[in-house]
Design a protein around this ligand. Structure first.
Ligand SMILES: CC(C)(COP(=O)(O)OP(=O)(O)OC[C@H]1O[C@@H](n2cnc3c(N)ncnc32)[C@H](O)[C@@H]1OP(=O)(O)O)[C@@H](O)C(=O)NCCC(=O)NCCS
Length: 168
């Protein structure tokens, strides 16, 4: 059961996408924000899963996040495609509940999770590190047109063995 006042996470729907494109424009203006058509493609892709976060059920989308699962069963890899919370809702735990939803998808496939993030994006890097991601490298000039650098980060696969058993 959802606690009173807690945000609601549910599947992103086609009706949410105009608002997503607006939020995207606001948050990623310097780095080629996805247009509406980009969100439509992402939502329709067979290998992606997208979530919305809302203040209450049925409310407009306050944030969104998507992840892909690629590869074969037993050898899956996940990639975070995006995670974003509209600025007026940031700092309230909405990003964290979206990330929890993405990681449940990855953990169901026992898959490692990869992502890129601007090296100067402290809130996002903080969110990722607190969820077990580690920096594995830097991609120079990854973001365009800003030319900002990206960290590549990975979170190791969570398997039943790793979570529940020890060798001792
Ligand atoms: C990154 C983002 C999704 C986080 O969402 P949020 O709802 O503001 O974050 P939350 O309130 O759930 O906080 C979760 C964690 O993020 C980190 N965090 C959030 N804001 C932070 C800040 N200003 N500085 C440092 N760390 C921060 C903390 O680890 C925090 O955990 P804590 O509250 O236990 O300390 C949000 O800031 C955002 O949409 N930013 C713009 C878009 C973006 O950069 N997306 C990522 C692209 S790779």
């Amino acid at each position: 059961m959802t606690e009173p006042g807690a945000p609601v996470v549910d599947p992103l729907t086609p009706a949410d996408l105009v608002r997503c494109a607006e939020i995207e424009q606001e948050l990623f203006a310097a780095d080629s924000p996805w247009p509406l058509s980009g969100f439509v493609s992402e939502l329709n892709a067979a290998h992606t899963t997208y979530f919305a976060v809302r203040t209450v059920a049925g409310a407009p989308v306050a944030g969104y996040a998507g992840i892909s699962v690629l590869g074969r069963p037993g050898d899956h890899e996940c990639e975070v495609h995006t995670i974003a919370v509209a600025s007026e809702y940031q700092g309230r735990g909405y990003g964290r509940v979206l990330m929890d939803a993405l990681l449940r998808v990855a953990d169901a496939s026992e898959a490692p999770v990869f992502l890129e993030v601007r090296t100067d994006n402290d809130p996002a890097v903080g969110l990722y590190k607190s969820n077990g991601f580690e920096v594995t490298g830097i991609r120079r000039n990854y973001y365009q047109p800003s030319g900002a650098d990206a960290f590549t980060m990975v979170r190791a696969a969570r398997t039943e063995f790793a979570e529940g058993h020890t060798n001792s």
